[in-house]
Design a protein around this ligand. Structure first.
Ligand code: AMP
Ligand code: MG
Length: 425
């Protein structure tokens, strides 16, 4: 039966194609003040309103001059001064230098800036100290070298973090059109679950997947909408699914394994779901299901004004499985629904820094909680080590991890020092 399931690559390919297809329909647009745009997705272009820099700019404190004249090491008369913020001045007379500060406009006629540390100054003159010579263009960023007025600097679909926000500010955008965040319904299932603030009775556990998925969905660009936990019975699940109809994406946790009370798949079927896969050959997370439910169809969920089917992920309930399957498959779909033009997931290479016992499982790609040091002392590459864990329910281990070590399907073993792939979280 297992061989009927897609392997990781096959499932990832299907998800990438689905994400690409859904991204062709951009989300609604809203306008926000620039200071509220961090983490949002740009719904417009950012265009340079002027050349950047708008004038030839000095990158040093020192003296603007002609490189050829300064390199003769003869004294140059100081003919003027220009501070950052001063209007461009000049022209620079022959055989002269112009005092200049970092960020100030270079006077017309100058083609280089001698750093203050590299000249000696006396009686209104400076002299470039030998053996230093200057090349034309040194310590100057020419007008328009970074961008020309009218250049498109960012396109719709770019995620806005510090650098994109600074760029938009430099071009005069005090407000930006951004895509509305997709509403992500989070439906945890399980008779054993109690609310975070409750004292669990024997046999019960707190619902940690609700808050975890809300955090994961928000980080991936969604607007989390946590629904009340559904009990493990058909009526409760049917009612909860009807409630979720207004979402852009539905994340269910639990109830997708082969147990007697794993009732999520039948409930989705009753709602008219089409399943794209009902398991993936990965560990943890094998029972993952992915599909769509038509809206307003006879059996489907009723939602005003929404026509596209509701995509859903039935994530296994064990927290490590829940996190891994969301990062691998849920996050790319959410990124596409959010209008991002890059979908993820993000992988990297790292050196395995420890002895690992045989970790491979035949026919399964594994994603094991691991910790990567990105500034290792002993080698050039990031160095990764497995976190000790007691299986996919181990939240303490998950909280120590900052990535997942990927053990390929057919890897006999991973040797210390081997270059391995990691999934970043
Ligand atoms: P299930 O996928 O429903 O078979 O659940 C697998 C395991 O995950 C069980 O041990 C559940 O108690 C646990 N689990 C399910 N849902 C949650 C949740 N929301 N928070 C924490 N643990 C959960
Ligand atoms: Mg369950």
């Amino acid at each position: 039966m297992d061989s009927a399931l897609p392997n990781y690559q096959q499932a990832a390919k299907l998800i990438a194609a689905y994400a690409a297809e859904r991204s062709r329909q951009p989300p609604a647009v809203e306008q926000l003040a620039l200071e509220h745009c961090s983490g949002r997705v740009l719904a417009q272009k950012i265009v340079a309103d002027t050349d950047q820099p708008p004038f030839a700019r000095s990158t040093r404190d020192g003296f603007a001059c002609r490189a050829a004249e300064a390199s003769l090491h003869r004294p140059l008369r100081i003919a003027g001064a220009n501070r950052a913020g001063d209007a461009p001045s000049g022209p620079l007379p022959p055989g002269a230098a112009w005092e200049i500060m970092t960020g100030a406009a270079v006077p017309a006629g100058a083609d280089a800036v001698a750093m203050i540390e590299q000249v000696e100054a006396a009686e209104g003159h400076i002299r470039l100290l030998a053996p230093r010579i200057l090349k034309p263009g040194e310590n100057i960023v020419e007008q328009g070298a970074q961008a020309r007025a009218g250049d498109e600097l960012l396109s719709a679909g770019s995620t806005l973090t510090f650098a994109q926000i600074a760029l938009a500010a430099s071009c005069g955008y005090a407000r930006l059109d951004v895509f509305a965040r997709p509403r992500v319904a989070i439906l945890t299932t399980g008779d054993e679950l109690v609310a975070v603030e409750a004292e669990p009775a024997p046999g019960q556990i707190r619902n940690s997947n609700g808050p975890m998925l809300a955090a994961l969905a928000a980080a991936a660009g969604g607007d989390p909408w946590v629904l009340p936990t559904a009990a493990d019975n058909a009526e409760a699940l049917d009612a909860s699914l009807r409630q979720a109809a207004d979402a852009d994406l539905l994340l269910l946790s639990g109830g997708v394994s082969a147990g007697k009370f794993d009732l999520v798949e039948p409930a989705l079927s009753r709602a008219g779901a089409q399943f794209h896969f009902t398991g993936v050959r990965i560990q943890p997370g094998k029972p993952l299901v992915f599909g769509e439910v038509a809206r307003n169809a006879k059996a489907g969920l009723r939602a005003e004004g929404r026509k596209r089917p509701l995509p859903f992920f039935g994530l296994p309930g064990n927290p490590v499985s829940t996190a891994v399957t969301f990062l691998l498959f849920g996050a790319p779909v959410l990124a596409a629904l959010a209008g991002r033009h890059e979908f993820g997931p993000r992988f990297a290479l790292a050196r395995l820094g420890q002895k690992t016992r045989k970790q491979s499982l035949p026919g399964l790609t594994r994603f094991l909680p691991a910790r990567c040091s990105f500034n290792p002392s002993t080698c050039a590459e990031p160095e990764v080590a497995l976190v000790q864990w007691q299986g996919s329910g181990d939240l303490a281990a998950l909280a120590q991890a900052n990535c997942f070590l990927i053990v390929p399907e057919e890897a006999p073993h991973l040797d210390p020092g081997a270059l391995v792939r990691i999934l970043l979280c």
